[in-house]
Design a protein around this ligand. Structure first.
Ligand SMILES: *Cc1c(COP(=O)(O)O)cnc(C)c1O
Length: 345
C-alpha cells in the first residue's frame, strides 16, 4: 500500500517535470533570439586611413558585449528546444557570459566552469546573469573536462565556445544582416580567429547570401595565439604549447578541425590568415577608442590592426567591413596597463 502510494507520487512528479520540460521546450522554440541586429557604421577615420570605404559591424554592442551571443544564443536555444534542463559552459570569457545570458532568457539554469585564472569581475558578471560558477583547473582544458562531468551528472547539455554547428549558424546571422545593410558585397570582411567559430559563421553566412565568390575573409590573430595561421602554414592542425598573448579571447591552443579544414580547402584567395603583434592589437584598441569612442578587447583590436597597419591584402579593396567583435574583458584601467606594458603611447 505504502509502496504503491510512493510509486503514484513518483509518477505524478515525473508527469509534472515532463510538463515543465515540454513548456520550456515550446518556449525555447518560440522565443526571439537573444542577439540584436547591430548597426553597420561607415567609419570616416578608417576610410580615410585605408583609402577605401570602411564599415564597422558593431557587434561590440550586443548583450554581454561581444558577437558571441549570436551563435551561443542559437546553440542554447536549440539545446533547450531539444529538452536540455541545464546548460553547461567551460568558458571564463565571452562564451560563458553569452551562455549565462541566453539561459536566463529561456528560464533554464546554467553552470559555467571557469579556470582559476578567471578574474573575479568575470565571475561576478556570470553570477549576476544567474549562472552557477564553478572554479576548476589551471587552464581551459581542465575546466572543459570538469564541465563535461558536470553536464553528465546534472543531465545538462554542453555549450562549446566555438565548435558546434548551431553556433556557426548563429554567427552567420551577422552576414545576413550585412546583406540587408550594404548595397553590394564587400571586397573583404576583416575578422579574428580564436577557436574559429566566428570565422566559420562568416564563411557560412557568405554562402547563405551568395557572396562567397566576391568577398575575401581576412582572418587575424596575434603572434602568441596564431593557431590558425600556423596550422594553415603547416598544412596540419597545430597545437600551441601555450598562449602568449594579451588577446585572451583568441587563446585557443588548437582551432576547430572543421574550421581548419574549411579554410585549407578554400585557400588564401578566400580566407587569408594575418598575424599581428600584441602591440599592434593594443595600439589599435587605443586608436579605435580615441577615434570612435568605443572600448574593445585586444582580441578585437587584432582585426582593427589589419586596417590601421594598412596590410597589403586590403590595398586593392574598395569596400571593407570590419567585424567589431567587441569583448567584455576590457576597461580603461586594463587598456592603460596593456599600453604601458607594450610601450603604446
Ligand atoms: C570568442 C571571441 C573571439 C574568438 O572567436 P572564436 O569563435 O573562438 O574564433 C574573438 N574576440 C572576442 C571578443 C571573443 O569573445
Amino acid at each position: 500500500m505504502a509502496l504503491r502510494a510512493t510509486a503514484a507520487r513518483g509518477a505524478a512528479a515525473a508527469r509534472v517535470a515532463e510538463a515543465a520540460t515540454a513548456a520550456r521546450t515550446a518556449a525555447a522554440a518560440a522565443a526571439a533570439p537573444p542577439h540584436l541586429e547591430t548597426p553597420l557604421l561607415h567609419s570616416e577615420p578608417l576610410s580615410r586611413h585605408l583609402g577605401a570605404e570602411v564599415y564597422l559591424k558593431m557587434d561590440c554592442l550586443q548583450p554581454t558585449g561581444s558577437f558571441k551571443i549570436r551563435g551561443i544564443g542559437a546553440t542554447v536555444r536549440s539545446l533547450v528546444a531539444d529538452g536540455a534542463r541545464r546548460v553547461v559552459s567551460s568558458s571564463g570569457g565571452n562564451a560563458g557570459l553569452a551562455t549565462a545570458f541566453a539561459a536566463r532568457q529561456l528560464g533554464v539554469p546554467a553552470t559555467v566552469v571557469v579556470p582559476t585564472s578567471t578574474p573575479e569581475s568575470t565571475c561576478a558578471k556570470l553570477r549576476a546573469y544567474g549562472a552557477e560558477v564553478v572554479v576548476h583547473g589551471a587552464a581551459w582544458d581542465e575546466a572543459n573536462d570538469k564541465a563535461t562531468a558536470v553536464a553528465e551528472a546534472a543531465g545538462g547539455a554542453l555549450v562549446h565556445p566555438f565548435d558546434q554547428a548551431t553556433t556557426w549558424r548563429g554567427h552567420a546571422t551577422l552576414v545576413e544582416e550585412l546583406a540587408r545593410q550594404l548595397p553590394r558585397a564587400p571586397d573583404a570582411i576583416v575578422t579574428v580567429v580564436g577557436g574559429g567559430g566566428l570565422l566559420m559563421g562568416i564563411l557560412e553566412g557568405l554562402e547563405l547570401v551568395g557572396w562567397e565568390a566576391s568577398t575575401r575573409v581576412v582572418a587575424c590573430e596575434t603572434e602568441g595565439a596564431s593557431s590558425m595561421a600556423q596550422s594553415l602554414a603547416a598544412g596540419a592542425l597545430v597545437t600551441l604549447p601555450e598562449i602568449a598573448s594579451v588577446a585572451k579571447s583568441l587563446g585557443a591552443k588548437r582551432v576547430s578541425q572543421a574550421v581548419f579544414e574549411r579554410c585549407r580547402a578554400l585557400g588564401p584567395s578566400r580566407v587569408l590568415p594575418v598575424v599581428v603583434s600584441d602591440k599592434m592589437a593594443v595600439s589599435a584598441c587605443a586608436r579605435f577608442a580615441a577615434e570612435h569612442r568605443v572600448l574593445v578587447e585586444p582580441a578585437c583590436g587584432a582585426g582593427l590592426a589589419a586596417v590601421y597597419e594598412n596590410i597589403d591584402a586590403l590595398q586593392s579593396c574598395r569596400v571593407v567591413v570590419v567585424e567589431v567583435c567587441g569583448g567584455s574583458g576590457v576597461d580603461l584601467a586594463m587598456l592603460r596597463a596593456w599600453m604601458g606594458e607594450l610601450g603604446v603611447d
